[in-house]
Write a protein that binds this ligand. Structure first.
Ligand code: AMP
Length: 218
């Protein structure tokens, strides 16, 4: 199973990718997670990426493509993957097609998660995380029982620098300009399915699994 999860920041594709990866025993490749790890470890790649990420802009294609190539090579023996947050530009999508072609494999499905702009802003601006154990919370939907501290390890919770208002606005603008064109890119290849991402996590997940099962038997 080789999948791409597409959608604006905050639609919940990372959460759904975590659950689906466990369900299908495949690996999740999140470029956002890989880049944040590089930033935390202060690698040369992380240092290059940090400024772009903090502002809510995209990291250059060349950097991200190198990262994904490496991960796809690592996962070549696994039974599949979910790409979360990649591709985000048409050149990235074209490179992905070439890389898969070189390996003699194809994408099975691209799922686009739809959520209104208002809901996205609410989700992203309330998101908090623990810098120590990486647990995630939301001030309205999933607050920590310990207020502004992590209920797992007690560390003070922080907000991702790109979840601040100005960075959110920038990320949504970048999404509309650079990533949204991928919807028609994959629609033309008859690979695209759309899911309403505004429902509960469990409801979206059930719809996702049902939809993928329908495609597997088709
Ligand atoms: P995410 O966690 O997917 O929202 O990604 C966080 C940030 O990482 C984005 O706002 C970008 O700065 C960067 N990033 C993640 N994936 C990509 C990508 N495929 N291309 C360029 N930048 C990316």
């Amino acid at each position: 199973m080789r999948l791409v999860f597409l959608g604006a920041p905050g639609v919940g594709k990372g959460t759904q990718a975590d659950k689906a990866a466990v369900h299908y025993s495949i690996c999740k490749i999140s470029t956002g997670d890989l880049l944040r790890e590089a930033v935390r470890n202060q690698t040369p790649l992380g240092l290059e990426a940090k400024g772009h990420m903090d502002r809510g802009g995209l990291v250059p294609d060349s950097v991200v493509i190198g990262l994904v190539r490496e991960k796809l090579a690592d996962s070549s023996n696994a039974s599949g993957f979910i790409l979360d947050g990649f591709p985000r530009t048409v050149p990235q999508a074209e490179t992905l097609a070439n890389v898969l072609n070189e390996r003699g494999v194809r994408l099975d499905r691209v799922i686009n998660f739809d959520v209104s702009r208002e809901e996205i802003v609410r989700r992203l601006s309330g998101r908090r995380s623990c810098p120590k154990c990486q647990a995630t919370y939301h001030i309205d939907f999933a607050p920590s029982k310990m207020g502004s501290a992590c209920e797992r390890c007690g560390e003070a919770l922080t907000q991702r620098s790109d979840d601040r208002r100005d960075a959110i606005e920038m990320r949504l603008r970048v999404y509309e300009e650079q990533t949204a064109p991928l919807i028609s890119f994959y629609e033309k290849q008859q690979l695209l399915s759309r899911l309403n991402g505004a429902e509960s996590v469990d409801a979206v997940y059930q719809n996702l699994i049902r939809m993928l099962a329908a495609h597997q038997t088709a």
